[in-house]
Ligand binder design. Structure first.
Ligand SMILES: [Mn+2]
Length: 302
């Protein structure tokens, strides 16, 4: 398989600076080499251009830096679509999770033009389904799931193509344990499939991911993984802006990747929220690179 690495040094979606260094940390952790070890041909397309926050005005307090984020997301959408057009598998490395607005717009546009549907495995401690009306912080990294489902700020919903990029029933949100009040309402109203850490404790990740994937295999043509590293337990991924105790452990997160990979329908993935400033000796990037390997076919015994 051919793989394209796309770096998104975006930190405008969060109050914490440092996620803009995430792509560099992933490269230092050996992202390209570790994918090549699996026999894939890898091209690193470098980083998108993101303006420094000092040069920007806040824009709207309930959707901070929305215009700059919309521009980066549009650029990313185009880059992802090009990578898919070139018959490569995009591995998009961030950058805060606002990047998902662009990545998913690109994946959606590529498959929509072929009359095909996409599904989404979204791993996160948070639901990321706030809108400017419900967000307590105004930080756009808490809004990308709502945005790709067509809710929220029109300038962001319009990225790529206006409107929802996929159907809520084709979204599986895994690992949540910190959900805002407004988000609880929207999660249920939209009909997104979601699995809290309590669900995972009770049912086990194997049952949950197998059923989620079986549902997607039946109903969509391609699957995208949006991995927010704060979905993982802070023990294995401490370098994130908003860590929450009690996340997915090392084996659980690998099993998710392996199970999705086995479908043969995984078309793209992104890794968000790696913040080297908050990390411990690049542990988070190293964990992330290992998870990319599992998603791209690495097995204990081949
Ligand atoms: Mn997130």
């Amino acid at each position: 398989m051919k793989v394209s690495i796309i770096g998104v040094p975006l930190d405008l979606g969060s109050d914490y600076q440092g996620a803009n260094l995430g792509p560099a940390a992933m490269r230092i952790a050996g992202l390209q080499e570790k994918i090549e070890e699996l026999g894939h041909e890898v091209t690193d397309l470098g980083d998108l251009c993101v303006p420094p926050r000092k040069n920007l005005s806040l824009g709207k307090p309930n959707a901070k830096f929305f215009d700059a984020i919309a521009k980066v997301a549009s650029d990313l959408c185009a880059r992802v679509e090009e990578a898919l057009n070139a018959e490569t598998f995009p591995v998009v490395v961030g950058g805060d999770h606002a990047m998902a607005i662009g990545t998913i717009a690109g994946v959606s546009r590529f498959f929509k033009r072929r009359g095909q549907k996409i599904g989404l495995i979204w791993i996160d401690a948070h639901a990321d389904i706030n809108t400017p009306d419900t967000s307590p912080s105004g930080n756009i990294h808490g809004m990308p799931l709502a945005t790709v489902l067509g809710m929220g700020l029109p300038e962001l919903v319009a990225v790529g193509e206006n409107g929802a990029k996929l159907s809520p029933e084709h979204v599986h949100l895994i690992g949540i344990r910190s959900v805002d009040k407004g988000e609880k309402t929207l999660l249920k109203k939209l009909g997104v499939n979601f699995y809290t850490m309590t669900d995972i404790d009770k049912r086990g990740i194997q049952e949950i991911i197998s059923k989620a994937v079986a549902h997607l295999v039946k109903s969509v043509d391609a699957i995208h993984i949006s991995l927010d590293l704060d979905g993982l337990d802070p023990d294995i991924a401490p370098g994130v802006a908003t860590p929450v105790k009690g996340g997915l452990d090392y084996r659980e997160s690998h099993l998710i990747m392996e199970t999705v990979a086995e479908t043969g329908k995984l078309a793209s993935m992104e890794i968000a929220e790696n913040n080297p400033i908050l990390d411990i000796r690049n542990r988070t990037a190293e964990t992330a690179v290992e998870l990319v390997q599992s998603a791209l076919g690495k097995r204990i015994v081949d």
